[in-house]
Design a protein. Structure first.
Length: 318
């Protein structure tokens, strides 16, 4: 290991987000990948699965105790919901100073964990070593609503469409290309985890209706916002541009963004800004790559802050 770099490991590295994380870490100036844990790929060379990855690192199958025994500086948990706790407990017992970033929803409602949506929460970070990465839809929803949150007259209503990579690698109707072909599949139309998450962290009720589409990656959220007074379009646009001025990974556009333009991009785009005739209803459209700004890129923003790097270290600029 390079002593000038922080060591990092990934648990649950087989999934789509794990692939993106490995690529980002491999190109990072201050991180060195120490292990990638996957039961399904145990013993196989990482380079055989990740295009552009070089070296003889192999996937290993590590339980919680074995992960803790690695003694690395940073651990990313890329596990299904409900699976993180044993790893957190083992890491905390073995090396409490370890930075743990959890990609699941397990700690997004735990006030002892830092909720890392940098553009909205970086001022709240107090050096926590436990970081909960936001959900992909929840990221787009919150970025869409935050600049108008103080003038809302009703709960925002969000219509979301995601590529099927958001459904993970475990086979289901929501990631079956044959069932999705020429189709739009609605699911969890009330009470979706990201609806609860956005509501919790914005501090207001949010209504969300998700759908899966036949494309692989990228999501779009169209949000209907009723406001308490009449607005002009230029005033709304100015609010969003001011809110995200200087943010390298949020671009405010005049026109509505297209999901086909956001695949493989590390930033979110927000635009459209259509107003009703009376100026009291605003419709905003946000897009992002669910595997990048919705997961891996955002994880790198948070890890960079935790290890003292520039937030954009290792992240390609838009």
């Amino acid at each position: 290991m390079d002593r000038d770099k922080k060591s990092i490991g990934i648990v649950g590295a087989r999934g789509h987000t794990g692939v993106e994380l490995i690529r980002l870490i491999a190109a990072h100036p201050a991180l060195e990948l120490a292990f990638v844990s996957s039961r399904e790929l145990d013993g196989q060379l990482v380079a055989e699965h990740i295009h552009g990855f070089h070296g003889d690192l192999r996937y290993t199958s590590l339980d919680a105790a074995a992960v803790a025994a690695q003694g690395v500086d940073v651990v990313i948990l890329a596990l299904p919901n409900g699976k993180a706790a044993p790893y957190v407990e083992a890491l905390d017992a073995a090396k409490p100073e370890t930075v743990i970033l959890d990609l699941s929803a397990d700690y997004r409602f735990d006030p002892s964990w830092y909720y890392g949506l940098p553009e909205l929460t970086r001022d709240r970070w107090r050096g926590e070593r436990h970081i909960s990465n936001p959900g992909c839809y929840a990221t787009a929803i919150q970025l869409s609503i935050a600049p108008l949150k103080d003038v809302l007259a009703a709960p925002p209503v969000c219509f979301g469409v995601s590529g099927y990579s958001g459904a993970g690698t475990t086979p289901s109707d929501k990631n079956d290309p044959d069932k999705l072909r020429d189709n739009l599949m609605p699911y969890a139309l009330t009470g979706h985890m990201h609806e609860k998450e956005a509501s919790r962290h914005l501090g207001i009720p949010v209504e969300f209706m998700p759908h899966v589409a036949p494309h692989f990656r990228g999501l779009t959220v169209t949000t209907n916002l009723y406001v308490s007074r009449s607005f002009k379009r230029d005033e709304v646009l100015a609010r969003y541009r001011a809110a995200y001025a200087g943010e390298k990974l949020v671009q405010v556009l005049d026109e509505a963004p297209w999901v086909s333009h956001i695949a493989h991009q590390h930033h979110a785009e927000i635009g459209g800004f259509a107003l009703s005739a009376d100026g009291k209803r605003v419709v905003v459209v946000a897009t992002l790559d669910n595997l990048l700004k919705g997961a891996a890129t955002q994880a790198m923003q948070n890890i960079n802050s935790a290890i003292g790097c520039d937030e954009m270290a290792g992240i390609p600029r838009p």
